[in-house]
Design a protein around this ligand. Structure first.
Ligand code: NDP
Ligand code: TDO
Length: 296
């Protein structure tokens, strides 16, 4: 295979949180990358995948595309399975045929939450939602098509690089002086997106394969995460209103415990460290002269 320096990493879902973050981290690390949006590459279209692989000749595909609206998925199952299961399976088949590495992402929501200790890669999955089921089928299909694929289970993204995440919403509400209701009975593993992307890329470059759990160290409830974010930001933690998950009226069931541990022993830095860097990134991006590598 040719070297990673001459061929690009091909990123799907280039307009999303993860796709944009991969683009940015590749730029920071000097890795050649091409990020495609849905119009340029629909991952559920086999001929579009073949065309993209032929055109860009990537050494690896990073699949950052997916259907992530967990509640909507319960009533929009066909679309969810198309984007979360069919897409990754077709990518894996195409990568297998052309000897290209593949990194794709799964979720803590493949688990049912009955455990009381962190879920490891070989613990039995039993999803409670259409979204979780679509991701479990994808894991199985991808590894059947391409046993060398890297499948990273992760959860509860936060990042200052865009606004589509829980921590951003909490900070924004608190700065406006508004209270913020957050579930206090679901235990999760929050994940700082830049840490996830850097570690995933390291694993991809090391040719790691199979299932890996990647999340920041430090299990907490959504309410604890909200309070920690406000504490790190020097805001008033009392603006977090703890509530049971059942009171939010969500359509999809969520596991009450979906903390991720790993048999591989690789842990990202602590959630608190991620929050400090989230706030520092906010500051840099809002400054008069943000660093060029962070812009775009
Ligand atoms: N957000 C989270 O907390 C977590 C996310 N993940 C996983 O990480 C991955 C990325 O999530 P995230 O970045 O948050 O999601 P986003 O919704 O921010 O981004 C998803 C991207 O996928 C694109 N997309 C959807 N369907 C297709 C398709 N058929 N072909 C090409 N592109 C498509 C979307 O395009 P468009 O804008 O056109 O819709 C969008 O750009 C997903 O696999 C998700 O399951 C896992 C755990 C936690
Ligand atoms: C959990 C929670 C969410 N919210 C808000 C934030 C958000 O706008 C909305 C729904 O929350 P989320 O979508 O973040 O929650 P959810 O869909 O459960 O998040 C998931 O995303 C998918 C893609 C994953 O794979 C998981 O790892 C997980 O992080 O409700 C609260 O206001 N309070 C809360 O306590």
């Amino acid at each position: 295979m040719s070297s990673a320096t001459t061929q690009p990493v091909l990123i799907t879902g280039g307009t999303g949180t993860l796709g944009q973050a991969f683009k940015r981290v590749c730029r920071i690390r000097g890795l050649h990358a091409v990020a495609l949006n849905r119009a340029e590459l629909d991952i559920a279209d086999a001929s579009a995948i073949a065309q993209a692989l032929n055109r860009y000749q990537p050494w690896a595909v990073v699949n950052a595309a997916g259907y992530v609206r967990v509640d909507d998925a319960e009533r929009d199952a066909d679309r969810c399975y198309r984007e979360n299961t069919t897409g990754p399976e077709l990518l894996a088949a195409a990568c297998a045929a052309q000897d290209v590495q593949l990194l794709t992402f799964s979720t803590d929501l493949v688990f049912d939450g009955q455990q009381t200790t962190p879920y490891l890669e070989d613990d039995a999955p039993r999803p409670l939602s259409v979204y979780g089921h679509s991701k479990l089928l994808a894991e199985q299909a991808v590894l059947a098509q391409l046993p060398s694929a890297l499948v990273v289970r992760t959860s509860a993204f936060f990042s200052a690089w865009d606004e589509h995440n829980f921590v951003h919403h909490v900070l924004t509400a608190a700065r406006r002086g508004e209270d913020f209701a957050a579930a206090d009975d679901l235990l999760i593993s929050p994940t700082y997106v830049p840490d996830l992307v850097n570690s995933s890329l390291d694993l991809l470059l090391d040719r790691a394969r199979g299932l890996w759990h990647l999340a920041n160290e430090g299990a907490c409830t959504w309410a604890e995460l909200a309070r920690l974010a406000l504490r790190v930001a020097g805001l008033d933690e009392a603006q977090v209103v703890p509530r049971p998950a059942a009171s939010f009226g969500w359509i999809a069931r969520r596991p009450r415990y979906s903390v991720l541990g790993s048999t591989h022993g690789l842990l990202l830095p602590s959630v608190e460290s991620g929050l400090h860097r989230h706030l520092e990134d906010e500051r840099l991006l809002q400054s008069a002269n943000p660093p060029a590598v962070l812009v775009g």
